[in-house]
Design a protein around this ligand. Sequence first.
Ligand code: ADP
Length: 482
Amino acid sequence: MTDLLRHNANLIDGEWVPADSGKTLDVINPADGSVIGRVPNAGAAETRRAIEAAATAFTSFKQTLAAERADMLFALYDAIRANIDELAHILTAEQGKPIAEARGELALSAGYIRWFAEEARRIYGDIVPSPFKNRKLLVTREPVGVCAAITPWNFPSSMLSRKVGPALAAGCTVVIKPASQTPYSGLVWGALAEMAGFPKGVVNVVTGSAREIGGELTANPHVRKVTFTGSTEVGKMLIAQSATTVKKVSMELGGNAPFIVFDDADLDKAVDAAMIAKYRNAGQTCVCTNRFLVQDGIHDAFVEKLTERSRALKVGPGTGEGIDQGPLIDMDAVEKIEGLIADATDNGAKILAGGKRHALGGTFFEPTVLSGATTKMKIASEEIFGPVSAVYRFAGEDEAIRIANDTPYGLACYFFSRDLGRAFRVADALEYGLVGVNEGFFTTEVAPFGGVKESGLGSEGGRQGIEEYLVTKYISLGGLGG
Ligand code: ADP
């Protein structure tokens, strides 16, 4: 592939280069198993060079005016918008999601970049009233330094936009390591940054061995910040590895999202939201509903509608007309959900829709609804990451809150109720970083996105998002008495 945006090389210090070994990784289209291209299989040595380039670039990039960085970010925003169709097709080709969802993801990426272009000029400091005579106490905010951004395959564009956007706005330089399943949507950030006029070395992208690249990114003392989205397991490892050089870290990790439907919910709105909160990206999002907790009085009606709507979803290649659900990312994902469904049915759950691989073959899977789920089943504690709705029944509000919070995770949760008092009570009681009340989708660049407990550290987006890329400096200015 030679088009402007689809690079088969890594971007290091302004040069598009192969791996030192010349080795490549195949990039697979999950819709048909075909190889759509090959990207460098780089390791520690290439990563070290990318870090050194970023460290050199940082010495001048951090001196740029906020308005200059904002202008470059606005140019990046324009570049994404001008190329949105091509970018969406690249994304769908390697990731599988329906093209409409890919466009939506790119629009969100552009939104984050615009937001951080605006935020670049609002990095204020403080002047602290001095407790000493003849001294001024100044507090400034500075870019943290070289940032390593490691991202997953499920949102290969937008997960980078909310890391790269604030990093560049703050005056940091970056080394990006995209997931090996979706490297083109990561490499494209190098091409877009070039189009937007960022100086060489400010944005570097390295593809290849996660262990080797991740090892160098976390061990190298030039890297001052590691920002990661992915599994809790890998996140914990990266935190531990980053400890040796005391790096700042942000972590967006796994979830076990409850979706609670109380008897007083608006049933149709709850089902509409459930479809989005469950089946978006074929259930492969960290905020996807993992557990539907439904109160006795509304349980049967909710399950009936959810089943009907799930059966009606159109499954097929993401580029097809009117497709609701694409393929899963790979066969491991298919086998994982087959295992969870088998365990659930062995323990008494009933399959009301789907339950098996789709007739289309490959990694297509039928939208599935299970009723009679219980907290004893594996599906209650493991992240499903697939199009499987598991429905649990509960009797009272306290019980729902107890079940919802009974997990080491704390990313997204949702609940439906028309009672204002309950809305506040339950929102307060849920131990989650993101709470959707009477809605199934809440991601926006203007609000902070992030989890608590083992779901993560830090926030992305909102006015909080840029804080993660800044350090505080206190200057005590004495001798002012003349
Ligand atoms: P997922 O289940 O979404 O693939 P992972 O946590 O396995 O989640 O992967 C997320 C990102 O982390 C990917 O870019 C992957 O290549 C990277 N990754 C996986 N293992 C490591 C590791 N040991 N060190 C650094 N990065 C890693």
